[in-house]
Design a protein around this ligand. Structure first.
Ligand code: SF4
Length: 482
């Protein structure tokens, strides 16, 4: 049995699938002070959703570092403007600077159809009246200038920023669209960001059911199609954390039904397509979906022997853990670790339902020290997560796949084949065989001692010691404690 020692204050954030009780799991809580958490701030959460919105300018009202930090989203650089607040602005106020910046940005981009003004910690702390400045600028420039109230300290995690963004999209983009009858055979996909062509894969599958995607929020979101979104017949929630609130608001206000579904993995993709087909009375399409499923299994067959029994650690958005766990398990892989920066109870409940193994660790808000220690103990053949954790995994000699992905779509049936191919290629890359067992980074040794909180001479018990695998080959035995 894997040891689950943790700092006393963090123990409720760490459990195994076998001991997982959703009501007792400590997620949705503030980060423990002093822990170097991977969580992002509220500003970044708003940017995560709004950054891809086209035809409008994005202006960060705060120090230039906040703009730099929030310009790269899902590995892509989005152009942003910044008021670059400095010390004197914090003392004397930055509203004049904001007015000038809005005018200057619109002069540089005269075709822009509006401006989104994001607040930051500095703007929030000094009490900038951003709403009034935006209202006056809207009148002056004849275009919407929309305040996005998302100071970094405004919530426990980026999740608050996702909610702020949903309300901005509803009130300032979707609600401004003209009313009209429901457009037949149309739908929106909420919480879909079109990473490396995911949206095209999903759209192709839906078009085979005779359906059109009006708006993907926010992988394909611009002023025109956001204005049409209120006339769709159905909303699909693809990412619960970024899409469900907007779906609920659209149902309340415009009566648009929504269903939650995933396009990651064969079974999940087929299940979602069938649910959508039932909604639009396309039950006759089921046979076509089953043919696609059979064809996909034929295409992934060459990779299955390379992946069978391989251990996977996952660390990314909690809403995706359940569906991605199913996808990797379909490939015959074992989930040994599943964590997220900030997950809701519902996210972890779903993860618990989807993950097969009882020993699988579930961790919310893991710090880099904890991640390093978990990886040392779980010894996965593959880690899947964001770009930040990649370097830690590489230092430990663990093959790493970035998700949201860097190269090809993983959504839909074609995406599943891509996932299988890239997982097999990553695990079997010759570079892992060339690594020599090396002393682990000091960071991990220190954290292992401290994190375990053990007395002198104590070692964690682990049934995983001595397991083999590309990653394990490079990971030295656990260092002595005390
Ligand atoms: S908004 Fe606050 S927490 Fe976010 S990047 Fe700026 S200073 Fe940091």
């Amino acid at each position: 049995m894997l040891s689950l020692d943790a700092l006393p204050e963090r123990q409720g954030h760490v459990t195994s699938k076998a001991h997982f009780v959703p009501e007792q799991f400590q997620c949705e809580r503030a980060t423990l002070p002093g822990v170097i958490s991977s969580r992002a701030c509220v500003l970044y959460g708003a940017r995560w959703v709004l950054a891809p919105v086209r035809e409008v300018l994005h202006l960060i009202h705060g120090p230039v570092g906040c703009a730099y930090y929030s310009s790269q989203v899902r590995g892509k650089n989005y152009p942003v403007y910044s008021t670059a607040l400095k010390e004197e602005d914090v003392v004397f106020g930055g509203q004049q600077k904001l007015r000038r910046a809005i005018g200057e940005a619109l002069r540089l981009q005269p075709a822009a159809r509006g401006v989104l003004v994001y607040t930051t910690c500095a703007a929030g702390l000094i009490g900038e009246d951003v709403e009034t400045v935006c209202r006056e600028a809207s009148l002056q420039f004849g275009r919407p200038v929309v305040p996005v109230n998302c100071p970094g300290f405004g919530g426990k995690s980026q999740g608050t920023g996702h909610d702020v963004a949903a309300r901005v999209l509803l009130e300032h983009f979707i609600a401004r669209g003209p009313a009209g009858p429901v457009l037949e055979n149309t739908l929106n996909i909420l919480g879909e960001f079109d990473v490396q062509g995911d949206l095209q894969e999903i759209e192709q599958l839906l078009s085979e059911l005779g359906l059109n995607v009006l708006c993907a929020v926010s992988g394909r979101a611009a002023v025109e199609n956001l204005a049409l979104a209120r006339r769709a017949a159905l909303n699909i929630v693809h990412c619960r954390r970024t899409g469900e609130l907007l779906a609920r608001l659209l149902e309340e206000r415009y009566g648009i039904s929504y269903l939650k579904g995933s396009f990651f993995g064969i079974a999940e993709t087929a299940k979602t397509l069938k649910a959508v087909g039932r909604f639009f009375n396309r039950e006759d399409a089921c046979g076509h979906i089953e043919e696609k499923v059979a064809e996909t299994w034929r295409r992934v067959a060459p990779y299955l022997p390379q992946l069978a029994g391989k251990r996977v650690a996952m660390f990314f958005g909690a809403s995706r853990i359940g569906s991605m766990a199913r996808a990797f398990q379909e490939l015959g892989m074992e989930i040994v670790f599943a964590g997220a920066q900030c997950g809701s109870r519902e996210d972890y409940r779903e993860a618990g339902r989807c993950i097969a193994g009882g020993d699988t660790l579930l961790v919310d808000d893991a710090s880099v020290q904890e991640l390093g220690e978990f990886l040392r103990r779980c010894r996965p053949h593959l880690m899947v997560g964001g770009t930040r954790e990649k370097f830690l995994a590489h230092k430990l000699g663990i093959p790493y796949l970035v998700f949201p992905q860097q190269n090809t779509p993983y959504a839909g049936f074609n995406g599943f084949v891509n996932l299988a191919r890239e997982a097999a290629a990553t695990i079997n890359a010759p570079v892992w065989q060339m690594l020599r067992p090396a002393r682990p980074p000091d960071l991990v040794i220190l954290s292992a001692r401290r994190w375990a909180g053990a007395g002198p001479g104590r070692r964690p018990s682990s049934s995983l010691s001595g397991r083999e695998g590309p990653g394990a080959a490079c990971i030295p035995p656990d260092p002595p404690f005390g």
